[in-house]
Design a binder for this molecule. Structure first.
Ligand code: GGG
Length: 355
């Protein structure tokens, strides 16, 4: 019996509610398999912790997290803490400190999920965005000069290193080779306007492409991609994007697959030198918190991504269970037109897994 040590950071708002269901499904999966087990330790970090202590996480938090096989995170953000404090203090700090340089975000329309293009376009939406996750526009380099004066200046610098960009491109090409898809990689850029950073990004993409000539490539500006996601979402297989562009286009991707309630992600350190972190794409949704109405499917899908990464298998039983739930339409949360609670959806997914 192999035991995996999982650090659990429920975070803020609906984070804790969806986390409970994610862990429930994880334990159901473990009982089904019989040869694995999960040992959890929960950390109370997030905005409430910040309001009490002035810190989003403990000073030695990274040291504590290092001893785990993986980290599961719920959601971060609360109205009375500025979003840049909560994001940089926890999420971005962990991503950068643990060199989780890949943020993998699948966009797949499951049968039964509500697609806003329904009846208007093809339904075979199945692509994955490889988002650069430790530098680029979210590097945190910049400053404010002359604060609150008429001549105030804000600077925010993007940082793209050859070493990291090469690793991201190589990962994306290998994924395009491994996925049973169209063997196609789309480079998301804006090199017509960002004449240093994105020209460099395109150069590394083209250099890496020379080593993967079996993969069809294309380079498309980020503004055009948002239009094509609506017009021809079935055209994509793997996309590679910078930190900011990847963040933006995957919210549109989430809408295509039924909403943020379906969007999962993994922050990966592929070499395993540090633990990887898995989180739903959605935020803490304070207006939904405490009502038991949050859709836990994104968290459940996130747990599936963690299993794929840790066990090196495709935990497809979980997606099959979610698909059955959607097709039956009985246990769905209000965002999907149902009346089920967060807990009832988790129970229903476990019930299907056990069959
Ligand atoms: N589920 C994690 C969460 O709360 N994400 C909110 C967010 O704004 N994330 C931005 C990012 O992924 O960079």
């Amino acid at each position: 019996m192999k035991t995996y040590k999982i650090a659990v950071i429920p975070g803020d708002g609906i984070g804790g509610e969806v986390m409970t269901e994610g862990i429930k499904v994880l334990d159901c999966y473990a009982s089904l398999k019989g040869n694995i087990k999960f040992a959890y330790e929960t950390f109370p970090w997030g905005c409430e912790y910040y309001l009490k202590t002035g810190k989003m996480m403990d000073d030695d938090g990274l040291e504590k997290l290092k001893k785990f096989d993986a980290i599961l995170l719920g959601a971060v953000g609360f109205p009375n803490v500025p979003d840049h404090i909560s994001l940089h203090g926890l999420l971005i700090n962990i991503r950068q400190s643990f060199n989780q340089y890949i943020n993998l975000r699948p966009v797949k329309l499951l049968p039964g999920a509500p697609c806003p293009l329904k009846g208007k376009g093809p339904q075979d939406i199945d692509f994955v965005v490889v988002r650069e996750n430790v530098e680029g526009e979210y590097s945190g380099v910049g400053g404010i000069r002359f604060p609150d004066k008429p001549e105030e200046i804000a600077l925010q610098t993007s940082v793209f290193t050859r070493k990291n960009t090469e690793k991201v491109m190589e990962y994306a090409f290998q994924l395009a080779e491994e996925r049973n898809g169209k063997r196609k990689l789309t480079n998301v850029t804006k090199s017509n306007a960002l004449n240093y950073s994105m020209v460099f990004w395109d150069k590394i993409f083209n250099e890496t492409a020379l080593k993967h000539q079996d993969i069809q490539t294309e380079t498309i500006h980020v503004d055009a991609i948002t239009m094509y996601f609506i017009q021809k979402p079935e055209a994509y297989d793997v996309l590679v994007a910078s930190n900011l562009f990847g963040d933006i286009i995957t919210d549109l991707g989430a809408a295509l697959q039924g909403g943020l309630g379906f969007a999962a992600s993994g922050n990966l350190n592929p070499e395993g030198e540090y633990p990887s972190m898995f989180e739903p794409v959605h935020g803490s949704a304070p207006v939904l918190a405490g009502k038991g109405v949050a859709n836990p499917i994104a968290m459940v899908w996130t747990v599936k991504m963690m299993l794929d990464f840790l066990l090196k298998v495709e935990a497809d039983e979980i997606i099959t269970a979610v698909t059955q739930l959607l097709q039956e339409g009985e246990s769905l949360t209000p965002d999907l037109g149902g009346t089920a609670t967060t807990q009832e959806v988790g129970d229903a997914i476990c019930g299907k897994l056990a069959k």
